[in-house]
Design a protein around this ligand. Sequence first.
Ligand SMILES: Nc1ncnc2c1ncn2[C@@H]1O[C@H](COP(=O)(O)OP(=O)(O)OP(=O)(O)O)[C@@H](O)[C@H]1O
Ligand SMILES: [Mg+2]
Length: 464
Amino acid sequence: MILLVEDSPTAAHFCEKCLKEEGYQVVTTGLGQQAMEFLNWAAPAAVVLDLVLPDASGMEVLKYAQKLHPDLPVIVVTATNLVDVAVESMKRGAYDFLVKPFPAERLAITVRNALLRKALIEEVAELRQVVVGPSRFHGFIGQSTAMQAVYRVIDSVATSKASIFIRGESGTGKELAAQAIHKASPRHMKPFIALNCAAIPHDFLESHLFGHVKGAFTGATADRIGAVKAAQDGTLFLDEICEMPLELQAKLLRFLQTGEIIPVGSHKAEIVDVRIVAAANRDPLEEVHTGDFREDLYCRLHVIPLELPPLREREEDVMMLAQHFLAKCNAEEGKHFAGFDQDVTALLRRYDWPGNVRQLENIVRNMVVLNDGETATAAMMPGDLQRFAEKSLWPANQNTEDLMLSEPSPCDTIKPLWLVEKEAVMLALDFTNQDIPQAAALLQLSPSMLYRKLQAWKTQGAVA
Ligand SMILES: Nc1ncnc2c1ncn2[C@@H]1O[C@H](COP(=O)(O)OP(=O)(O)OP(=O)(O)O)[C@@H](O)[C@H]1O
Ligand SMILES: [Mg+2]
């Protein structure tokens, strides 16, 4: 079906007749508002759009159509004196334009070609899925070989109850993978419960895991259901499992062997059926060697290992992810960015992403929130990325004389990055009364990442 938006009755009649003769169904309106309302619930194969309408500009309708249906071909119809606007509409994504008066044959050919092109694009996308593999998978975006391997592991283990151990740097999507495993499994209608072992003080972890009964300890004023029981018949995601204290590891092992839990302060065992997915940023085997992680628990949990590749090793996914986050942030912030300019694209592809996908998402969000426009430019990128760009574009053969003659650098006021980072972390912790999850949210980090930073500083003696 073709949507024809034309307010002149003679022109509308002419186009309608021509399109119907070609075998298309045609829906006609002379009002821009009506056309936009129609697009809210219908998806025509193409739109033939007059640029001058009594109640809205054709450009407005074009923009609206593209927002709702990005692949919908729009053919713009214009009078001779508006050819400039028609050209502009093509820059904004219209498929083609026709200058009035045009022969019926010209309209028929243009519509036919538009539909043919759309069909070909869809076919290529389908074939690409078959040949290369999917670019989206239960919340994951990415078509790199490394991510295809991840999707395959998740698909093949989905139906089993075997424990899975996910490893990967911060922000690579470990939690997303745990959710994907749950969604792909027959347990998807049952709960998915995540427990971050690093974000809960050790003294409370057992009660968060297995629950407690009223009066079990000071402050236990009522019974509490633990994460294991809350995940009954579903999936329990134990994040940062290496942070679990050894005594609790023994109790978790007992649960894995018997299927029974005993809430803190109770003597009554209860049977619970859950699938365990564990994750860690560190290598659990190293923890086993240092005696911080029980070997028997490691063997129980590490039945199927799943390694999430860092973003720097899947450069081909970067722009797909960036576009995805751009569309998501546009929708959340009511902005209209269509894409990134060449400099930004080169920069994003080259950057080494220490914070992986989370960092990319934060950078795109930052840029969308603070700026307006249609194209994201390098000047809109946060400072650290701009510095990276300057550094990596610095000519390798610049001679020392040039450097000496350059402006004196503001070295005195620049603090080392680790110090700036530590100050920001301490400020967030003070502000939230040492609440790690809240401080992490303010810093736009995961609680685990924050916890790891604190642990590292403690080890180096940099914090109390
Ligand atoms: N391939 C991906 N496609 C789309 N979004 C992704 C992808 N990978 C990660 N994300 C998003 O990036 C963010 C970080 O992912 P997630 O929390 O799963 O990482 P993580 O490995 O658990 O990090 P941490 O170790 O810091 O807890 C989330 O918002 C997630 O939705
Ligand atoms: Mg995580």
